[in-house]
Design a protein. Structure first.
Length: 87
């Protein structure tokens, strides 16, 4: 399932108050490899996760990491950034 997301901009929702946006470069049993990533701590803003992601889709991903390895056990959801609905 994840294979079809490789090479595309994704949103990775985590159990913690973090969300990660970027290009899914690959994955294995333990990690997701996200490049040109924005690893955002939602505690640093008053914005909700949904608003932050929708604004990032509209204005572009604010890259703050070249590469992030995310622990798959902490992942709640992975979706394409293009599939984010901003209504």
């Amino acid at each position: 399932m994840l294979e079809e997301f490789v090479g595309q901009k994704v949103v990775v929702d985590l159990r913690s108050p973090f969300v990660c946006l970027g290009v899914l470069a690959g994955y294995d049993d333990l990690h997701l490899d996200v490049r040109a990533a924005d690893l955002h701590d939602l505690r640093d803003t008053v914005t909700t996760r949904e608003i932050y992601v929708a604004e990032s889709k509209a204005t572009g991903v604010k890259r703050n990491r070249k590469r992030v390895l995310l622990v798959r056990a902490e992942v709640v959801a992975v979706s394409l950034l293009a599939d984010v609905v901003a209504e």
